[in-house]
Write a protein that binds this ligand. Structure first.
Ligand SMILES: Cc1ncc(COP(=O)(O)O)c(C=O)c1O
Length: 466
């Protein structure tokens, strides 16, 4: 029999009129019935449980035998007792089944946007960095520590962001968060704290705005054109903040023009306001001309937000903010009331990855891989959809592909689904109902190289169907 030191929650009361054996039996039976002990759970051996409860072994064996006779446990010679499915009333069973996500329909050509290539997560690098981090961590590092981020990561990020994005920051201005979603929510709450009531947002843009609304912000949607957010269109004088994606607008892919950058910052400076810069996929720029972060132009007005979701994986839930000193205390106060911060072990691991140079090397490899897929996509579009206009591909993980004729969106989606093909649509990224658009957002990060050409051929076929 395997010697497992499984623990079990059983409390014995030696002054209780019921015998110890009866107490064990009753508690186990009730736990199985109530569903806290679920079907398939392995219980401790009678020797182990008798040791844990400081009772004689036969007493536990008898209790187990009784429960087996009632159908609650399966007992086999040489094996540990297992909770059986006999307790059909197990209220957790349907929940457990429901928690298992229904198998997603298999997509042969997945051109949807929003994810990096999940098959390329650098597992061995992350394992090595975690090992090194654990070896370096002192006992104190395993405590709560500074909730706003561990020092080695703050130092590493301040250096890294300065080097590759032109961000001007000292480590104390870095706030480590659970990803951009968490950063955005903290920013919104800090804004309310300093009296900002309304914020401009890009339209089309990020449509999941619940956290901003919950923070009590009035959201003013501003159109985006070929030069980025058209900030002159904001007439409301109450707006003293903006949320923008200046390096690679989400989802159109346009770059905020130098003139608009200047105007946006001047406008917010005048109102003593703030802009949140979402630099979500800045790591992947393919043309030679780098676009520096907006933050470097005005570190006192811009709150810079980065994430590991595209460079590594969304599963890490790691993001960071660079916060001007005049907002820092209010933002940190909001973070203190929401949680105790992000896994400090993962933060140390990311710090190791960055300072060892492996993060840069990983990004270089990924950039080459994405650049190859991007070129294949461009070639396939030129071959099968020569009249389409392709924009927004200087950076990021998707292209905006505008088809010069109308197509029925529903019919297209159903034909595409039958072919195992999926793309994202610009129309779904407008905050309210947007203008009619024939622009598709075609991602090239998750589709395999060998499926790009046949996938675009399938897309062309699906679009021609009316
Ligand atoms: C526009 C935009 N910003 C940021 C993110 C990253 O969010 P998070 O860091 O919470 O994963 C995403 C995720 O896809 C995004 O679409």
């Amino acid at each position: 029999m395997t010697s497992r030191q499984t623990e079990l929650l059983i409390g014995l009361n030696r002054d209780h009129p019921a015998t110890l054996r009866a107490q064990i039996e009753t508690q186990l039976r009730e736990a199985i019935r109530a569903g806290s002990l679920k079907t398939g759970v392995v219980l401790p051996s009678s020797r182990e449980l008798s040791r844990q409860l400081a009772v004689s072994r036969p007493l536990v064996s008898e209790a187990y035998a009784q429960l087996a006779a009632e159908g609650y446990l399966a007992i086999r010679q040489g094996a540990l007792p297992v909770v059986t499915a006999a307790s059909n009333s197990d209220p957790q069973a349907p929940l457990a089944a429901a928690a298992k996500p229904a198998a997603a329909p298999l997509l042969r050509y997945d051109f949807r946007i929003g994810l990096p290539d999940l098959t390329s997560f650098p597992k061995s690098l992350w394992l090595k960095a975690t090992g090194k981090a654990l070896a370096q961590m002192e006992p104190n590092d395993f405590g709560y520590g500074d909730r706003h981020g561990v020092l080695p990561l703050r130092v590493a990020l301040a250096d890294y962001l300065g080097r590759v994005r032109g961000v001007i920051a000292t480590p104390d201005q870095i706030v480590v968060t659970g990803g951009f979603e968490a950063s955005r929510s903290l920013f919104a709450r800090a804004l309310r704290k300093v009296g900002v009531a309304a914020m401009a947002i890009e339209d089309p843009g990020h449509t999941n705005l619940a956290a901003l609304i919950a923070a009590g912000l009035e959201l003013v949607k501003v159109p985006v054109d070929a030069f980025g957010i058209d900030i002159e269109k904001v007439t409301s004088t109450t707006v003293a903040a903006a949320l923008v994606t200046p390096s690679h607008q989400y989802p159109t892919g346009v770059v905020l023009s130098p003139e608009r950058r200047h105007n946006l910052l001047a406008w917010l400076r005048e109102r003593n306001g703030f802009v949140l810069e979402d630099d979500y996929d800045a790591e992947f720029r393919y043309d030679r001309r780098p676009v520096a972060a907006l933050q470097g132009l005005d570190p006192n007005t811009v709150v810079y937000a980065g994430t590991a979701s595209k460079a590594l994986a969304p599963a890490l839930r790691l993001g960071w903010l660079v916060v001007p000193h005049r907002l820092l205390e209010d933002l940190q106060a909001e973070q203190r009331i929401s949680d105790y911060g992000v896994s400090r072990i993962d933060q140390h691991a990311l710090a190791v990855l960055i300072t060892s140079g492996e993060y840069d090397r990983h990004l270089r490899r990924m950039r080459l891989q994405y650049r190859r897929r991007r070129q294949m996509l461009i070639n396939a579009l030129a071959e099968f959809m020569p009249d389409a206009t392709v924009t927004g591909i200087a950076a990021g993980l998707h292209a905006s592909v505008t088809v010069p004729r109308h197509y029925d969106e529903e019919k297209f989606a159903s034909v595409a689904a039958r072919m195992g093909l999926a793309v994202s649509m610009l129309t779904h990224h407008f905050i309210a109902t947007g203008p009619a658009s024939t622009t598709l957002l075609v991602g090239f990060s998750t589709v395999s190289e060998s499926n790009i050409r046949p996938g675009i051929r399938a897309l062309a076929t699906a679009l021609a169907y009316e």
